[in-house]
Design a protein around this ligand. Structure first.
Ligand SMILES: *[C@@H]1O[C@H](CO)[C@@H](O)[C@H](O)[C@H]1NC(C)=O
Ligand SMILES: *[C@@H]1O[C@H](CO)[C@@H](O)[C@H](O)[C@H]1NC(C)=O
Ligand SMILES: *[C@@H]1O[C@H](CO)[C@@H](O)[C@H](O)[C@H]1NC(C)=O
Length: 399
């Protein structure tokens, strides 16, 4: 009797599960807004800026989950401000190439070529983003009065954004910038610009927390990934960098009052032919800023000029350099399992502030050679911490 009663319930349960399995993707399927339906030209022969703006406006107002869809083709677009908040979760799918026109000059209003502002909840997938930076780089190589140029893609005051398989090439300046945002994940990113292209950072993070970058191949003319003031809870894993200037914290001490950088993990990184590996840089200027709780782990250096560097006398131009001593307090930076080759003899260079010496530096299992097999050297100034495991070059940390 009991079995009889149970049987229908059992079947009903299965039906219910089946029904939810079938209906859920259908309900969750976003409504697609294709830019070509709004007049975008996929042959790249005329500008699609207006069509992209209209598409976003409509998609962002959708009360059902919406998909901003860029089909295959080349789309020439000027400045785009993708303003939120949107009424529902947004998907941004790019199957084509979004290209900046060659002739565009500097934005005065939005600060980036493609800017997402106040977007809370979005997935951004695929395609190529071409910043057409060549003309600006050429100008910079010959002249000094060139436009400043634009970051290609900026997330500003955004949260809960995941990007997947984005490819960004030839930005005017930074390829991606994450600013005043939270919970941003970038997965499987490819970034490519020539080694001699000026200021073409891969990903720049500033005043943001909860940032995850997993899987990236970054070849540029400037920093691979840079973390500026106010970066915290940053997780970076499985990145290939180079050519370029390596992974940086800083520059810091730009101002007397600034937010610190804390809780940064960078692991499983391979650097090839970059000017730096892991670098922390600050100006020799008073500041209340700090760097705390940083882990650099499991890295391979292939012919890197400066594999491990702390430079608290950062002043790239060499002109009018501040000399008052950096106020940035560096405390708790661990380098674990870093191996490979340096193209200069000093593979570990810890040049800390005389007014605020570095504390709590940990060097564990460092195995770096100068060129293929010559012994490398360490340089320490005002650097305190502990060394364990392999120490090639021999550590010069003070206790
Ligand atoms: C720049 O290029 C775009 C797209 O090709 C065009 O619409 C615009 O008129 C051009 N602007 C100038 C100043 O040449
Ligand atoms: C810069 O100079 C080089 C060689 O001197 C020249 O080939 C190039 O066209 C110049 N570029 C610009 C933008 O003037
Ligand atoms: C540090 O950052 C990680 C993300 O990388 C986060 O999961 C963790 O909660 C943070 N720790 C603290 C103490 O905020």
């Amino acid at each position: 009797m009991a079995q009889y009663l149970c049987l229908p319930n059992f079947f009903l349960l299965h039906l219910l599960i089946l029904a939810t399995l079938i209906s859920k993707p259908i309900l969750a399927d976003p409504v697609r807004y294709d830019v070509t339906q709004f007049g975008a030209d996929k042959t790249g022969s005329y500008g699609s800026t207006k069509a992209f703006r209209t598409t976003w406006k409509v998609a962002c107002q959708s009360t059902k989950p919406a998909e901003f869809y860029v089909p295959e083709g080349v789309f020439l677009v000027g400045y785009l401000l993708f303003e939120g908040p949107c009424k529902s979760f947004m998907s941004f799918t790019n199957s084509g190439t979004i290209k900046a026109p060659l002739n565009y000059s500097n934005p005065t209003v939005i600060g980036a070529w493609i800017k997402f502002h106040s977007v809370f909840g979005m997935s951004f997938t695929g395609g190529i983003i071409d910043g057409s930076g060549g003309r600006l780089w050429a100008c910079k190589s010959n002249k000094s009065d060139c436009p400043l140029g634009s970051t290609s893609v900026q997330f500003s005051h955004c949260s809960k954004i995941t990007t997947k398989r984005l490819t960004a090439i030839n930005s005017q300046i930074f390829h991606f910038a994450i600013h005043a945002s939270e919970d941003i994940k970038m997965h499987a990113t490819v970034i490519k610009a020539p080694e001699n292209s000026p200021n073409t950072d891969g990903i720049h993070i500033q005043q943001s927390k909860g940032i995850e970058i997993i899987g990236a191949s970054i070849q540029t003319g400037d920093d691979c990934i840079s973390m500026g003031v106010g970066s915290s809870n940053i997780y970076i894993e499985n990145v290939h960098c180079g050519p370029g200037h390596g992974i940086s914290i800083g520059s810091l001490a730009n101002r007397a009052i600034e937010e610190g950088v804390s809780n940064v993990t960078v692991k499983e990184v391979e650097f090839t032919g970059s000017t730096n590996g892991f670098r922390i840089k600050s100006w020799a200027r008073k500041s209340n800023g700090f760097v705390r709780n940083v882990l650099f782990e499991n890295a391979i250096m292939n012919d890197v000029r400066n594999p491990i560097t702390i430079d608290q006398n950062y002043c790239p131009s060499g002109n009018n350099c501040p000399t008052e001593g950096s106020g940035i307090k560096i405390n708790g930076v661990t380098y674990n399992h870093i191996r490979g080759t340096s193209t200069t003899r000093v593979a570990v260079n810890l040049n800390c502030s005389p007014t605020n010496p570095c504390r709590g530096i940990t060097l564990t299992n460092i195995d770096l050679t100068y060129s293929k097999s010559q012994p490398a050297l360490s340089y320490c100034k005002n650097a305190h911490g502990v060394t364990s495991g392999k120490a090639n070059p021999p550590s010069c940390l003070a206790s």
